[in-house]
Design a protein around this ligand. Sequence first.
Ligand SMILES: *Cc1c(COP(=O)(O)O)cnc(C)c1O
Length: 431
Amino acid sequence: MKNPLTEKHPLIEQMADSRAVFWRNDHYSAFQPNPSGALLKKEDIMEADRRLRRFAPFIEAAFPETEAQSGIIESPLVQADDMKEYLGTRYGVAIDGTLHIKSDDSLTVSGSVKARGGIYEVLKYAEDLALEHGMIDSDDDYGQFDTEKFRHFFSDYTIICGSTGNLGLSIGIIGAALGFKVVIHMSSDAKQWKKDMLGRNGVMVVEHEDDYSKAVEKGREEALADDKSYFVDDEDSEPLFLGYAVAALRLERQLEKKGIRVDASHPLYVYLPCGVGSAPGGISFGLKHVFGDAVHPVFAEPVHSPCMLLGLMTGMHDGVSVRDIGLDNRTVADGLAVGRPSKFAGKLLADDIHSLYTVQDDEMYTLLAACYDREHMKIEPSAAAGLPGPAILHRNIDRSEIRSATHIIWSTGGSMVPDEEWQEDYRKGKG
Ligand SMILES: *Cc1c(COP(=O)(O)O)cnc(C)c1O
């Protein structure tokens, strides 16, 4: 029987067949910075940035690897000429403009894009508690958070979250460093090494046979039942989203330093791997506030888990799941294995996402291997989803729109992957 959604949206037929697709968002339009009743504003991003600066002395003390950056967790922006050449050859298109990789795979502390939103939300919770209980003033030295006094205080509280893996790692590591108890609900397809690493950090891992949405639901229920528990809600969290958005302010400075112009005649295309939509959504939201209509966010999803594409295209957002079109939500890109999108990211950005495309699992392996061969970067499969973006765009939209563009591929994770695991992915990519 034909799915009724397919009548209205013929592309769904190909999606249901697990074929790779491209969809240009027909609602894409001029950015409205602060529409009336706006949920979040630029000032909220600025405030998140200030909070991260207040916590920099704590981060620096608790994670010595962040010393070189004075406790600010940030990744390099790397020009990737070899990768650009490789992509051009592989996909048979000449890519205009320059190609850069935003290397969140090498973020300190937790090795993925989740070190932005996840860590930020836990810091905010810790600050709220400390202020509320008179432990600190907001103009004090936050290095104090790295003391037994604070850890003892926080040990009364529990942080809970549902995670496909990397969010759990990020929350688990920062939560444990502050002294919180941490419980992570994980879907059964989460990678074993991520569960093991959390266990070694003293984090309790609860596994669920069902998929991601169920793991989140369980975590939410558990947290609601206890007033000393805090739930990091990947499907519906403003702090998480704002933590990601701060990336845009940092990227603005990196581009300035490199002398890269971004304006109407020098557009910026950013390719973002998308799971529930919080990380790519937050980053896009920040970028739109910084660069307005000169930036064009493009989201990438696995062919088996195109939840944001389905939600945006149908306008049903979190009211539809990839299972409704017969997909199984099973993919090697564990960070993107999400069947139902965020409750708010897609709604908030419905007119601000330029386009979406999907990628086959095999292709992610191949690109993961190429990323090492060409750029010596060790990324995880999810992070490879952004790589074909510039080539896919060149194939699908008028070249005149992309002329003199800067392309930034957001490489979202990798440095925590145990080497054996990564070697295996690499071999699959070469095979
Ligand atoms: C979580 C994750 C993403 C996507 O973030 P969402 O907020 O789920 O959309 C992308 N890449 C990696 C490696 C991730 O862990």
